[in-house]
Design a protein around this ligand. Structure first.
Ligand SMILES: Cc1cc2nc3c(=O)[nH]c(=O)nc-3n(C[C@H](O)[C@H](O)[C@H](O)COP(=O)(O)OP(=O)(O)OC[C@H]3O[C@@H](n4cnc5c(N)ncnc54)[C@H](O)[C@@H]3O)c2cc1C
Length: 401
């Protein structure tokens, strides 16, 4: 059998390595197709935007590690999928599959708000390596002539954590340069309350984040719908206008065009519906994991906030899907379990470790712990993750995400 995995990031790599371990080499081939030939540790992009890391520091070339594990690697952007003939299409070549696993991540839906950027408008972002590098260069220019800034998330955003990280890191960087007094900071979020994060909040996150922003003299607006970003301002749908010389706003996400454009594969936003086993409900030989899958929001909110599909959740999905693909082939039991969320948020001078199990409330575990030690843990984990995924290890210790 030929199992084709599209995507060489958290979902694609984890699944490919697990599949290679679970399936006999002489009977089954595993091929990873990825547009980007490097694995990039995306959670470190806020550090790239702040100038403390480069893309080279947080990435490695995929080809040699995959080949060493007996996995074929193709550097190519898929342009479409034909689920009926079981083919993945790229510009020059078609790849036949028996089972397909899609881990293709997202497209930033910048069209949702005029001015979302950076390449479509004056807003800055850090959802991709190129955007994080642009945010870094513009931030360096801003520091030479500082003024008011707005940081936040657009309506429908799901990846809210990086906006908080950039907010805290920006505050910390400005304080260290002793220019914080020249930079009024406004935080704008569609969340019904701070610390909601698209998972309905956890523990005392709301009180904690309100206190932390107030402590830092950061003005915040929740249930806020950004309606326009210009080079001098950020506007809300209720008429509020905030002056801003540097606006970093996280966009809502959508599925990639090759997936969104395949008839019957995706929902209107381009995300792929899956069952509890991460299998497509209509195409049983297609599985999907990570940001590419359609997962509903935890609740209806005044301004839409979507469910985050974190790297840690993506890993969990990929492990379940790989197990189920191997079970399909070997005729053994399928598996599934509820997703949990665990992450460490950089807050500039300290970090918060968050653990919510399951990710959707009500929960068995809702924990948050804050301190400088978590900042060291986050830095250690970023390097450790690169080291271990390069060697094909797909299990993470429990305390680190
Ligand atoms: C700034 C930022 C900070 C984050 N911080 C955290 C954090 O602290 N903790 C956490 O758990 N999560 C975090 N996340 C979320 C985490 O990065 C994602 O959950 C994770 O990257 C999802 O992995 P994925 O494999 O689904 O997709 P992605 O990482 O988006 O990868 C998609 C893959 O598909 C490939 N691809 C895309 N289009 C094509 C195509 N047409 N053809 C072929 N290949 C294609 C790409 O090259 C890439 O290899 C953060 C995200 C961002 C943006």
């Amino acid at each position: 059998m030929h199992i084709v995995v599209v995507g060489g990031s958290f979902g694609g790599l984890t699944a490919a390595y697990d599949l290679r371990r679970l399936l006999r080499r002489r009977d089954h081939q595993v091929t990873v197709i990825s547009k980007e030939r490097r694995f990039i540790f995306i959670p470190s992009l806020p550090w790239v935007a702040m100038g403390s890391k480069t893309i080279a520091d947080i990435s490695f070339d995929l080809e040699a590690p995959l080949i060493a594990k007996g996995i074929n690697f193709v550097e190519a952007a898929i342009t479409g999928i034909n689920p009926r003939t079981r083919k993945v299409l790229t510009d020059g070549t078609e790849y036949e599959y028996d089972i397909l696993l899609l881990a293709t991540g997202h497209r930033s839906a910048n069209e949702a708000v005029p001015g979302l950027g950076p390449f479509d408008g004056p807003g800055h972002s850090l959802m991709s390596p190129a955007e994080a590098e642009e945010a870094r260069d513009s931030w360096a220019a801003f520091l030479r002539d500082p003024g008011p800034i707005v940081i936040g998330c657009a309506p429908g955003a799901s990846c809210l954590g990086p906006a908080y990280e950039f907010l805290f890191e920006a505050h910390h960087a400005l304080q260290r340069r002793r220019i914080r007094h020249r930079v009024p900071i406004t935080f704008v979020t569609p969340e019904p309350f701070l610390g909601h994060f698209g998972v309905g909040g956890f523990g005392k996150a709301r009180q904690f984040f309100e206190g932390e922003l107030e402590q830092r003299d950061i003005r915040y607006f929740n249930s806020a719908a950004i309606s326009q970003i210009t080079s001098e301002s950020v506007e809300l749908s209720d008429g509020k206008v905030f002056e801003s010389r540097y606006s970093l706003v996280i966009p809502p996400l959508a599925g990639i065009p090759a997936v969104a454009g395949t008839d019957g594969l995706a929902n209107p936003k381009g995300f792929i519906p899956v069952d509890a086993h991460y299998r497509h409900p209509d195409f049983p030989d297609i599985y999907a994991v990570g940001v590419a899958v359609a997962l509903p929001p935890v609740e209806e909110t005044t301004v839409p906030v979507n469910f985050p599909k974190t790297g840690h959740m993506t890993e969990q999905m990929a492990k379940i899907a790989a197990h189920n693909i191997a079970s399909d082939i070997n005729g053994s039991e399928q598996t599934t379990h509820e997703l949990m969320v665990e992450c460490i948020m950089d807050m500039g001078d300290k970090a918060a470790h968050i653990r919510a199990d399951p990710a959707r409330p009500p929960r068995n575990v809702s924990q948050m712990s804050v301190g400088k030690r978590w900042l060291w843990a986050k830095r250690f984990f970023a390097n450790y993750y690169l080291w271990k995924i390069k060697r094909g290890a797909t299990r993470s210790p429990k305390w680190v995400w």
